[in-house]
Design a protein around this ligand. Structure first.
Ligand code: GDD
Ligand code: MN
Length: 365
């Protein structure tokens, strides 16, 4: 038994109170004879997870707690935990007992024995691994996300979505400045953001069923995952926000046409009146959708901010529409392009205008 600290086990938690003492007992067993510490990174869970962990820390100095107040996020929690240890190796494991902690000593042995290996990944998709009792829906979703990440990021792992791995702390520390910290997929982030290709080995484990508490993986997280992937791959060419803004703009055109046909065709209103209603409906639709999605992180809330934001968004878009029509008409008159190309360039200019000004004046800080 060495006297030096060998391993830190980082445990991101949100509402895992009941699992805390069980996990520590299991780590104690699995890592008997090794020098280790556990670092809970808790986002101020309402159920008092941090308190439960500190209770243990009082009698067992191997148990440490980072309590983050006013922040949420699995990836960023893992990053903070990994940076908070003096141990040369650091593992990340879920706090809900779904990962197999008995793999930890084997991972540690492997990293200690093979100096050129950067990390060891617990995989559900190599021989001997498994996803336990997942329903078919989740298996399909997980397989899709896995394939997507392998294609988009060229990450050569059978289970790039795994949240269970061990890495040399130095390697993690070198990669941190390049990480986005968004979303759920810290391993994927590390693998794809590292300035040099990392050497990874995979070891099988079977994903266990959760018995206490509940999963935090929901649609918002799935969406964040897709955004993070996009950002990694294309973010430098077309920023995520602009892509979302434009996609929502396209939906807005659909709303416009629907409202227009409702008023003009079905209700027999005048074309001008129908157009005005359609434009107002489309702008309002775009404003609220952008507020909820594109600018989720700086969302306007409350009646007054929403009303102010809506008014300035409509102003920005009105000028954008004039620019759109003006540019298209100019190009068309100059016979520089086909009519359709002129119109598309107008649309593009209008979109860039709307995006640039609304990000500054509607959702700017
Ligand atoms: N600090 C912190 N902040 N911890 C969080 C947060 C958060 O916002 N959200 C979730 N956690 C913790 C949970 O308390 C749990 O310990 C761990 O992160 C995993 O969260 P779960 O909600 O249990 O995720 P899951 O079981 O659906 O997802 C697991 O499977 C994925 C593979 O399909 C996780 O292991 C993922 O890491 C893994 O990629
Ligand atoms: Mn879980």
């Amino acid at each position: 038994m060495g006297a030096l600290l060998e391993l830190a086990v980082v445990i991101p938690t949100f509402n895992e109170r009941a699992n805390v003492p069980v996990l520590i007992a299991k780590l104690d067993q699995a890592l008997a004879g090794r020098r280790w510490e556990a670092i809970f990174v808790d986002d101020n869970s309402p159920d008092g997870t941090a308190d439960a962990a500190r209770e243990l820390g009082k009698v067992d100095p191997r148990v440490r707690v980072i309590q983050r107040i006013g922040r949420r996020g699995l990836s960023s929690a893992c990053i903070e935990g990994m940076c908070a240890t003096a141990a040369p190796m650091v593992a990340v494991i879920d706090g809900d007992l779904q990962h197999d902690e008995t793999l930890l000593p084997k991972m540690l042995d492997r990293l200690q024995a093979e100096g050129d290996l950067d990390l060891v990944v617990g995989s559900r998709f190599v021989d001997g691994g498994g996803t336990g009792d997942w329903d078919r829906d989740r298996v399909a979703k997980s397989a899709f996300a896995t394939r997507l990440s392998q294609r988009v990021l060229n990450v050569n792992l059978s289970d790039p979505m795994s949240g269970f791995f061990m890495v040399r702390t130095q390697v993690a520390r070198e990669t941190v400045p390049h990480l986005s910290g968004i979303g759920f997929k810290i391993l994927l982030d590390i693998m794809s953001a590292s300035p040099r290709p990392l050497r990874a080995a995979e070891m099988p484990y079977v994903f266990r069923l959760r018995t206490e508490g509940e999963s935090k993986l929901d649609h918002v997280v799935a969406m964040e995952y897709l955004i993070a992937l996009y950002d990694r791959r294309f973010g430098k060419v077309v920023p995520v926000r602009f892509a979302m803004f434009s996609a929502i703009g396209v939906l807005g055109v659909g709303v416009h046409m629907a409202v227009l046909s409702l008023f003009f065709v079905l209700l027999g209103a005048s074309f001008l009146a129908s157009q005005i209603v359609a434009v107002a409906a489309a702008m309002t639709f775009n404003f609220f959708l952008n507020n909820a999605l594109t600018y989720r992180d700086r969302r306007l809330r409350g009646l007054k901010p929403l009303l102010d934001g809506w008014v300035s968004f409509c102003l920005v878009c009105s000028v954008g529409a004039i620019a759109n029509v003006g540019v298209a008409a100019f190009l068309h008159d100059a016979r520089a392009n086909e009519w359709a190309v002129s119109a598309l360039i107008g649309v593009l200019i209008g979109a860039v205008w709307n995006y640039a000004l609304s990000s500054r004046f509607v959702w700017g800080r």
